[in-house]
Design a protein around this ligand. Structure first.
Ligand SMILES: [Zn+2]
Ligand SMILES: [Zn+2]
Length: 153
């Protein structure tokens, strides 16, 4: 799977009535261009090549927006951000860009593969409801070795 194109991200923002500013576009471009998740400070370094005056807050604000729009996910295991790889119709229907899924995180090569799982999403929503819990994330990270790394070359 691959991340949405910039055009597709732009369309998604439009559908949600969100403004995809040049900065947000740039940050999304930097994240989606990378095969592996990118840390905030790494992003700042790259952004500075295009915008010399970029500050950490510039990056964090753009990241907050992209996460809320459902374009980018924070991968806690790697302290980094990855572009959402799920481009489905109902993706935009959920509040705050939430969508149940599994993130398979490779410990060795740091690649992340995202799988959508509507059943899981429902289960999480149900469990949360039973406990009057308000979930802000319903992605589950699973760490291990990807197929390539597990083959151990
Ligand atoms: Zn996603
Ligand atoms: Zn791997």
């Amino acid at each position: 799977m691959t991340a949405r194109s910039l055009q597709s991200a732009e369309r998604l923002c439009k559908e949600k009535g969100l403004t995809f500013t040049p900065l947000r576009r740039q940050v999304y471009g930097l994240i989606s261009a990378d095969r592996t998740p990118v840390g905030a400070y790494e992003l700042l370094d790259r952004l500075k090549k295009q915008r010399a005056n970029a500050a950490p807050v510039t990056v964090y604000r753009a990241l907050d927006f992209l996460q809320e729009a459902g374009l980018v996910h924070r991968i806690d295991a790697l302290h980094a951000y990855a572009a959402c790889e799920v481009e489905s119709a109902d993706h935009s229907g959920l509040h705050g860009g939430l969508h149940g899924g599994l993130m398979l995180v490779c410990n060795r090569c740091k690649t992340v593969t995202e799988f959508e799982n509507p059943g899981l999403e429902q289960q999480i929503a149900q469990t949360a409801l039973q406990h009057a819990f308000h979930a802000s994330e319903d992605l589950i990270e699973i760490r291990g070795l990807c197929g390539v790394c597990a083959d151990g070359s």
